[in-house]
Design a protein around this ligand. Structure first.
Ligand code: SAM
Ligand code: 2KA
Ligand code: SF4
Ligand code: MG
Length: 271
């Protein structure tokens, strides 16, 4: 579903308009899971709108920097999901765990026998039937700055709008790591940790953060559950970052994950 009709602009984190039974949905579509341990598995994607972070590289700009959505009840989402053949559902965003109704949706999906993956930035813990918590903790290299501001026209001085990147630099830095939330996700769910690699310099932060998550969590976090993913929303950019992500995975005994959908469909919506 393109969700171009009935579109509202969101408030900052987009949590305000949601209640127990409705979600702000940016897009809903069937594709192949492009990332992580289940790469290649036909899946229905439910992309909620609104995020508590602002990664400069966010490939889902219209869920974070300029969020838009249609409001859908859990029943409406389920009907649309059931119209596809896939038995795997990926709840993503934006940050899906901002929303109370994500729990209700996951419960209904679980009751219908779907395998559920939740793509989350790891700053929020919720108790829900999640078969795979696909957690992507955000590194310092994700932080927006006036130099790394994705908004159109942001490079034109003094044109900064209401979501000025410098305002978000501090907010993003404060929010991007929550060790308690990360530990709870690891303890309660089958979990993969998916780090976005832009540069070789990311390696030290990944190993340091992984050590801190391991110290905080009461369960083992295996190197095989640590995935390095090349940064890039386009084929050309992924071609640049792929070698370093793969090399670091080999050097550290982590796994490499592709971005199959980017290789197949570039940055097209609903893929
Ligand atoms: C759009 S996010 C939504 C879920 C959640 N907010 C998060 O960040 O995990 C889905 C996945 O895309 C990744 N991602 C976003 N932009 C990316 C980019 N430019 N290159 C590589 N991965 C990216 C995120 O790290 C996350 O694993
Ligand atoms: N095909 C495909 N696979 C994905 N895996 C995680 C995605 C996401 O945006 O969370 C994603 C996505 O947007 N498309
Ligand atoms: S946390 Fe996820 S949705 Fe939010 S800005 Fe970063 S990549 Fe985009
Ligand atoms: Mg995506």
């Amino acid at each position: 579903m393109p969700v171009t009709s009935d579109v509202d602009a969101d408030s900052e984190d987009s949590a305000s308009e949601t209640d127990g039974d409705a979600l702000p949905v940016n897009e809903l579509f069937e594709s192949l899971q492009g990332e992580g341990r289940l790469a290649g598995v036909p899946s229905v994607f439910v992309r909620t709108s609104g995020c508590n972070l602002r990664c400069w590289f966010c490939d889902s700009y219209h869920t974070s920097w300029e969020p838009t959505h249609a409001t859908m009840s859990v029943a409406e989402i389920l009907a649309e999901v059931e119209s596809y053949d896939a038995d795997h559902v990926v709840l993503t965003g934006g940050e899906p765990l901002l929303h109370d109704a994500s729990v209700a949706l996951l419960e209904e999906l679980d009751a219908r026998g779907y395998h559920t993956t939740v793509e989350t930035n790891g700053t929020i813990y919720r108790d829900a039937p999640i078969d795979l918590a696909s957690v992507s903790p955000k590194l310092a290299s994700s932080t927006p700055t006036p130099e790394n501001d994705p908004r159109p026209g942001a490079d034109e001085a003094d044109e900064a709008g209401p979501t000025d990147a410098s305002e978000w630099t501090e907010r993003h830095e404060e929010r991007r790591i929550d060790l308690d939330a990360l530990a709870s996700l690891a303890e309660n769910y089958d979990c993969q940790l998916k780090f976005v690699v832009s540069d070789r310099a990311d390696a030290a932060e990944i190993t340091d953060l992984l050590g801190r998550i391991r110290d905080a969590a009461a369960v083992e976090i295996r190197d095989t559950d640590v995935l390095l993913m090349p940064e890039g929303a386009t084929k050309d950019r992924v071609a640049q970052t792929r070698p370093v992500a793969a090399e670091l995975a080999q050097e550290h005994g982590f796994r490499y994950t592709p971005r199959l959908h980017v290789n197949l469909w570039n940055d097209a919506p609903e893929t």
